[in-house]
Ligand binder design. Sequence first.
Ligand code: ZN
Length: 141
Amino acid sequence: MLEGLVIDHVGIAVKSIEKALQLWNVGLGAKTGHRELVESQKVTVAFLETGEGKTELLEPTEADSPIAKFIEKKGEGIHHIAYRTPHLEDTMARLKKNGARLIYDTPQPGSHGTQINFVHPGSAGGVLIELVEYPTREELS
Ligand code: ZN
């Protein structure tokens, strides 16, 4: 059964991770963890260690990146909230059955070797929801 929903991270769209880290690291004292290029989303991400719910800074790497388009339209700011799911495809099937719109038909590769998808804001009260499934131990080895 479902074990409830846990926030994995909050995603914030920024023009420059380096510039944003002045506030997050130096000003607010957040520790920077993992940094990674996520090619499927055309972004570089930097994770801040802000407890169990992390903070993800996303900087576009291409002009046609979804994050570049977001910044162009709305400016820098909160882009999505990500929740962990133990089985992404089951969750996707359940959401579709309930009439929710998903951004992708199949899971996409995210950072940390995860599989991800998004629930369209039009189906989620204006919030872009990311779903994250972490690899199991067997898949990592
Ligand atoms: Zn994210």
